[in-house]
Write a protein that binds this ligand. Structure first.
Ligand SMILES: Nc1ncnc2c1ncn2[C@@H]1O[C@H](COP(=O)(O)OP(=O)(O)OP(=O)(O)O)[C@@H](O)[C@H]1O
Ligand SMILES: [Mg+2]
Length: 156
């Protein structure tokens, strides 16, 4: 993904000023800066939640400026939010499972009639969720709720 000379003004506030970034696939890249530097505004523009004042965002060589957030998400750019809203009564692994996109249970009829905890889809999602928890060092906390909520909130 390439961010090219991005600008965002909120009336008189220059929240983002000539910001550029090139992300390489397979690498973890951090965007750091003091409070109010414009990090969240950049994320909001890249994921389609805010229009840019000027500049471009290219994904696989195509501009995604003006694309709806759900289309951007489907194309492979996903995000989390600064103020997390986890489900307190679900365990850590259940919260991660909810983030999986395009699960068949998102369609009402399939949710009512075909969902099974033994389905290949569910097992595959569970495996992926466990990989993600492991990546974050949270595998041993997979069945914890509330406590994980506090831990996750503190770390963001
Ligand atoms: N919707 C908005 N309307 C007006 N000003 C805004 C809006 N969103 C952000 N700003 C302003 O834009 C600037 C950048 O804010 P932003 O939230 O992007 O910073 P940040 O780097 O994410 O900060 P933090 O580290 O505190 O999360 C700040 O001055 C902020 O007050
Ligand atoms: Mg922020």
């Amino acid at each position: 993904m390439i961010v090219k000379n991005l600008y965002k003004n909120f009336d008189g506030v220059k929240a983002v000023y000539d910001f550029s970034l090139a992300l390489e696939a397979g690498k973890v890249t951090s965007l750091i800066g003091p409070n109010g530097a414009g990090k969240t505004t950049v994320f909001n523009i890249v994921t389609g939640f805010l229009p840019a004042s000027k500049g471009d965002v290219l994904f696989h060589g195509e501009s995604i400026i003006g694309t709806a957030p759900w289309k951007i998400a489907r194309s492979g750019i996903s995000r989390t939010f600064q103020n997390l809203r986890l489900f307190r009564k679900l365990t850590a692994v259940e919260n991660v499972l909810l983030g999986r996109q395009n699960q068949s249970g998102e369609q009402l009829l399939r949710a009512l009639f075909t969902f099974s905890e033994n389905s290949p889809e569910h097992r595959q999602n569970l495996e992926r969720a466990m990989e993600q928890l492991s990546f974050l060092g949270l595998r041993d906390k997979r069945m914890i709720w509330r406590k994980i909520f506090r831990t996750a909130s503190r770390s963001c």
